[in-house]
Write a protein that binds this ligand. Structure first.
Ligand code: HEM
Length: 181
């Protein structure tokens, strides 16, 4: 909602790729490349699990020039890596377009971790997020409450949370009423 041009572009993609005769479903996701870019950009700027999971070094090793003895608990700060200006241009801006034609590079975007202990639920989570966000945009017009931007401030609990819960107004798009009834 803070980026109406992004929502407009995603809605145009949904209307063009899916049409108006069915609700977005899993088999549509591969056609919705901009919608996927929105999810990638959201998980770059706001990774749910910003420090991933703690790992324990099973042997002495060297990481980034630091000697790490066996038995050390290590965290990877994905939140900081995702905002590192040496890896991302204009890193604090929300720009889904940066993921169009993006080739995945190791250690730059890792909201689900990496390697053999990476999240095994990533595929499921990506699909659920795409269908959920796609349905929200396909079916509803969204508006800010009192015209105020959504406050994106974060706070750390076990996972990253918002400081303020999201409040928004939505209205069913007129041509979706029959499909939703
Ligand atoms: C937005 C949704 C999700 C996010 C952001 C997420 C993120 C993560 C992260 C960052 C890790 C730690 C990776 C590491 O050790 O470096 C992890 C581990 C794990 N996740 Fe997820 N996850 C999500 C959804 C799911 C779902 C839907 C499932 C199961 C259906 C799942 C199952 C697991 C399991 C079992 C592990 C432990 C893997 C291991 O230690 O070998 N996750 N997840």
């Amino acid at each position: 909602m803070n980026h109406p041009a992004v929502v407009k572009k995603a809605r145009e993609e949904l209307d063009t790729q899916i049409g108006r005769d069915h609700l977005v479903e899993e088999s549509d996701i591969s056609k919705l490349t901009f919608l996927q870019s929105i999810n990638l950009e959201s998980s770059r700027l706001y990774p749910v699990n910003p420090l991933l999971a703690p790992h324990l070094s099973s042997a002495d090793c060297t990481i980034g020039g630091y000697d790490v003895p066996a038995g050390t608990i290590l965290f990877a700060n994905a939140w900081a890596i995702h905002r590192d200006p040496t890896l991302w241009s204009d890193p604090t801006s929300f720009k889904p377009e940066r993921f169009e034609n993006w080739k995945s590079e190791a250690y730059t975007h890792m909201p689900f971790g990496m390697g053999r202990r990476a999240c095994p639920g990533e595929g499921l989570a990506q699909r659920v997020m795409a269908v959920t966000l796609g349905s929200f945009i396909q079916c509803f017009e969204w508006e800010k409450v009192d015209g105020k931007d959504i406050d994106m401030a974060e706070k750390m609990h076990t996972l990253m949370c918002r400081v303020e819960p999201i409040e928004a107004m939505c209205r069913v798009r007129p041509h979706m009423v029959d499909l939703l009834s």
